[in-house]
Design a binder for this molecule. Structure first.
Ligand SMILES: *Cc1c(COP(=O)(O)O)cnc(C)c1O
Length: 381
């Protein structure tokens, strides 16, 4: 019998039935009073849960649009931006900003490592930057940036904003906007929120909103904070049609998060991430990211010597699990496994067992059940 397909890539992640049901609802008018009240409650919840005195924007689009929206509303042509990059997605800010005529300086780490905080500090002392961008979890490397430390540092530079790409972290890795001195946190729905792709979410703290005001009119239209702000305050107003069913789906995810507890959700991700990484290491793989800087939301898994990536991933797919390939210089050398959002114990145990079967079919010698054993002992200890 053919296996069910588990989507274990770093986004989209598995979507629970109750979230799918929201997607399948009969569409309502965006002026429907019930929809308006659901939308309002969603904005309120996002503000309260992620703790900001600033604003929240929920707009149709992807994570990349959220990155562009953050930049468009805070930086202008000829401004200076410091990009702290731990991989492919960190570098994406370079392209976005160079098109706008923003001057970028890039601090890059070796893939798997982080840029040391002292290096960032030195750069900030040398030159005045209007903003610093950091990717909390870079999906290409599985590295988690020390966002809290960088936030503390950037805080002491009055005119510098701290922009955090949380596309592979928000709702999985610890983030509180104002407490962590984040000025803009941005994400998409399809990763740790466990909602299908389609919405961008941005939290903009007071300092970011002041900057938006100060720069006056901007060339961008659809992604202008000032166009959306009246809707975020009162969703009965119209600017561009809200993605009604997506908003319901996200609201259901947020309700699940409230039931679970955000702090508990963070702890769950931490435990799962660690246990998955130990289990994978236990059967001959290694993890790209250095131990102290490993993400909880995904693992970037390096093959043992002599394994072919394309054929392994094909076998794994036949066993019912889809993972992603490596990016950049790690294409063909690793696979990327998401374990964030609403993945449960069934998904995780099944994934490890499928990896063992795929290893066996690739001709590797496998001690069946070993990874599952390591995972369960870690989870239940
Ligand atoms: C996935 C991802 C993005 C891009 O998001 P899209 O929704 O694919 O546009 C940006 N940053 C990070 C860290 C990501 O993981």
């Amino acid at each position: 019998m053919k296996n069910k397909q588990l989507v274990m890539i770093p986004g989209p992640t598995p979507v629970t039935r109750s979230i799918q049901n929201q997607m399948g609802r009969e569409v309502a008018a965006f002026g429907d009073p019930d929809f308006i009240s659901d939308y309002k409650e969603l904005i309120h919840d996002l503000k309260v849960l992620w703790k900001t005195e600033g604003e929240v924007f929920v707009v149709a689009g992807t994570g990349t649009m959220a990155m562009e929206m953050a930049i468009a509303n805070t930086l202008q042509k000829d401004d200076h931006l410091l990009i702290v990059s731990h991989g492919f997605f960190g570098d994406r800010f370079i392209d976005i900003c160079e098109r706008k005529g923003i001057h970028v300086d890039v601090l890059s780490s070796e893939w798997g490592q982080i840029v040391p905080i002292e290096v960032i500090e030195q750069k900030l002392m040398e030159k005045k930057y209007q903003a610093v961008t950091v990717t909390h979890v870079d999906t290409s490397t599985g590295v988690k940036a020390p966002v809290e430390d960088i936030g503390n540092l950037v805080k002491s530079f009055d005119d510098t904003l701290f922009i955090v790409d949380g596309v592979c972290s928000t709702a999985g890795e610890q983030e509180y906007v104002d407490e962590m001195n984040i000025d803009i946190l941005l994400t998409g729905t399809q990763k740790a929120f466990g909602v299908p792709p389609g919405l961008a979410i941005l939290w903009a703290g007071p300092k970011a909103m002041e900057r938006r005001k100060k720069i006056g009119s901007i060339p961008e239209y659809y992604i202008d904070f000032e166009k959306w702000l009246p809707i975020m305050h009162d969703p009965s107003k119209y600017f561009a049609t809200p993605a009604v069913n997506m908003i319901w789906a996200l609201a259901e995810s947020v309700n699940q998060i409230k039931r679970e507890g955000l702090e508990k959700r963070y702890a769950r991700h931490k435990k799962v991430g660690h246990a998955m990484q130990l289990a994978l290491e236990g059967i001959g793989f290694s993890i790209l990211a250095e131990k102290e800087h490993r993400a909880s939301t995904l693992s970037n898994v390096l093959y043992p010597e002599g394994m072919d990536d394309a054929s392994f991933r094909k076998l794994l797919y036949q066993e019912g699990v889809m993972v992603a390939g490596g990016l950049g210089i790690y294409a063909g050398k690793m696979f990327r496994l998401g374990h964030m959002g609403n993945v449960d114990m069934h998904d995780l145990v099944a994934t490890l067992a499928a990896i063992e079967r795929a290893l066996h079919h690739s001709g590797q010698s496998v001690d069946f059940g070993k990874s599952v054993g390591i995972f369960l002992s870690e989870m239940l200890s």
